[in-house]
Design a protein around this ligand. Structure first.
Ligand SMILES: CSCCC(=O)C(=O)COP(=O)(O)O
Ligand SMILES: [Zn+2]
Length: 206
């Protein structure tokens, strides 16, 4: 397969992911960004400022592993968070960052993490084979300085290498996977589980 067709294939996957994610209402008002790492180590990523539900091939661009544009286009403002995840996890090939309502609400109501336990849907995560386990999703303070935000995530991931998603407070969610489909599965699972925790919190409050 040529480098071009690999890019085209990745772009099609990100476009389809954007349609699906937008259908769920998870990328309002041009929010969010998506990327896929190609076989040669370059990264297909959404151009900054595009509506992620209406992406065209032209709205996906190519960067190197250091976040340098390879085609003159302007990558996502949050590119540094994507490249930091690809550097850390050699096996992942997709990073999805939506702004789902449930993740934003959780970040307002819970502290610096949310603990998910005893849910069958936890088996959506790679390596989890039983509901009887504990998955922690950290909540980081938002920061307009993406290098500082990446350092915050890196410090956490150093200590918690099995972490599969994080929330940025008042902002959104990051998930990653071996491919776009796995990252999408994690996104759907996390959103469902956050909705469960929010409903429980509401139920206990009344
Ligand atoms: C309009 S949302 C503010 C920026 C943001 O958080 C985001 O996810 C989209 O930024 P991008 O540069 O990737 O379009
Ligand atoms: Zn964002």
């Amino acid at each position: 397969m040529t480098a071009t067709s690999t890019f085209y294939q990745a772009a099609q996957q990100l476009i389809a992911a954007g349609c699906f994610i937008d259908g769920k209402g998870w990328v309002p008002a041009t929010s969010g960004n998506f990327s896929a790492r190609l076989a040669d180590g370059s990264i297909a990523i959404t151009v900054s400022g595009k509506h992620k539900g209406y992406l065209q091939v032209d709205d996906i661009m190519l960067i190197d592993s250091e976040a340098n544009s390879l085609d003159g286009k302007k990558p996502s403002a949050e590119t540094g968070l994507h490249t930091a995840l690809y550097r850390r996890f050699p096996d992942i090939h997709a990073v999805l960052h939506p702004h789902p309502l449930n993740a934003v609400l959780v970040s307002r109501l819970f502290g610096d993490e949310i603990v998910l336990e005893n849910y069958e849907l936890l088996k959506a995560f790679r390596g989890i084979t039983t509901h009887a386990c504990r998955v922690v999703i950290p909540i980081f303070a938002n920061d307009q300085d993406i290098s500082r935000l990446a350092a915050q995530a890196d410090a956490y991931l150093d200590a918690h290498p099995d972490c599969q998603a994080y929330i940025i407070a008042g902002h959104g969610l990051y998930v990653w996977g071996v491919d776009v489909n796995e990252a999408l599965r994690y996104l759907e699972a996390v959103d469902f589980l956050l909705a469960c925790e929010l409903a429980l919190r509401l139920h206990r409050a009344v």
